[in-house]
Design a protein around this ligand. Structure first.
Ligand code: NAG
Length: 337
């Protein structure tokens, strides 16, 4: 005799079989889901992971870039960091001129000289990087010049406890495509609509498939910001719903030359801006009515993060290495992924 329950489970299994089949067919027939390139970085033997985040920095040491770099070295040593994340606008004013542009050494190699910073750097491009030879920053030739360097448009960094998704946010912003004052290097981006829609699909797929305890998305532009540029409406419209639907824990960005922590009121997301790598003090912080502002600092600095399976602790530092703001997010050990 077939009970209702077993029939229901039978249909569920059938439905699942069909779905698996559909996935297989899609993967074979429609390779448009070109998955994002994936990198792996080991965690420490005690199960933790530490890193620094800096953004908007490359000015040949000027505007306190060297002072911030010095403090990064000190804090990096203390936290025994595993790597550094750059949130973009790596080289001012107009990115790199090419792979052999001396600005690469002058603004990167010769500035971040501390022992603790001789780790892998994971970087995205900012809008200023797109004003030069954007493709040059992605080149393996730069990795030969300084082996710490890794900059790609969008990619996944898998660290066992955290999955990072780095997203190329500049192509989302409408104004760059109609701006008469600047020339952008859109090689590899155009046609823009296709590029952005494929990128959104890739990010969604990566987040959906991730089984990591923590999910962090990194981009250059802020989703939420009270700084000079403020929110990025294109990211609120297209990227944010995907992050919310997939329980992203942190969105980390640069672009505004300040340090910020904003808590989402209707999701699990903390928005963190670390864009104080050099020129700052814009003086136009504007308290807008957007989610819960926990902290903002208009000057130079950077951010540190220490994560384990059960907690993520971050801190913001100023140009003399003073802690300006600290926060800890707990996570239940056995919560559903
Ligand atoms: C560099 O930092 C010092 C110390 O906070 C500050 O007084 C100075 O204005 C900063 N310089 C620039 C160019 O922002």
């Amino acid at each position: 005799m077939v009970t209702m329950a077993s029939m229901a489970s039978h249909f569920r299994t059938r439905a699942m079989d069909l779905r698996c089949l559909a996935v297989v067919f899609c993967a074979v027939l429609v390779p448009s889901f070109a998955e994002l390139q994936r990198f792996e970085h080991p965690i420490k033997s005690d199960g933790s992971l530490s890193f620094l985040v800096v953004g908007d920095w490359g000015r040949k040491g000027l505007y306190n870039q060297s002072e911030v770099a010095f403090q990064m070295g000190r804090i990096g040593e203390r936290l025994d960091i595993d790597f550094v994340i750059s949130t973009g606008d790596n080289f001012y004013d107009n990115g790199l001129k090419g792979v052999y542009d001396p600005a690469f050494r002058e603004s990167f190699t010769k500035v971040y000289t501390a022992k603790s910073l001789q780790k892998q750097w994971y970087s995205v491009l900012g809008n200023h990087d797109y004003r030069g030879d954007a493709v040059a920053q992605l080149s393996p030739i730069l990795r030969k010049i300084d082996k710490r360097w890794l900059c790609l448009r969008s990619f996944i960094l898998d660290t066992e406890i955290v999955e990072f998704i780095f997203v190329d946010t500049t192509p989302f912003v409408d104004s760059y495509f109609v701006e008469p004052d600047h020339v952008y290097d859109w090689r590899g981006v155009e046609p823009r609509r296709t590029y952005v829609s494929h990128l959104l699909e890739d990010v969604e797929l990566a987040l959906r498939k991730s089984t990591a305890k923590w999910k962090i998305v990194v981009g250059h532009h802020a989703i939420r910001s009270v700084g000079h540029h403020g929110d990025t409406p294109e990211l609120i419209k297209y990227l944010l719903p995907i992050l919310k639907a997939n329980n992203v824990d942190l969105y980390i960005n640069g672009h505004d030359h300040c340090l910020e922590h904003i808590t989402s009121l209707d999701s699990s997301i903390q928005y963190l801006t670390s864009g104080g790598g050099s020129k700052a003090w814009r003086g136009d912080i504007e308290h807008r009515d957007n989610d819960a502002l926990k902290f903002v600092y208009d000057g130079q600095g950077f951010m540190s993060m220490k994560m384990t399976q059960t907690s993520a602790a971050f801190a913001f530092y100023d140009v003399v290495g003073k802690v300006l703001h600290k926060w800890k997010i707990p996570k239940q050990l056995h919560s559903a992924v």
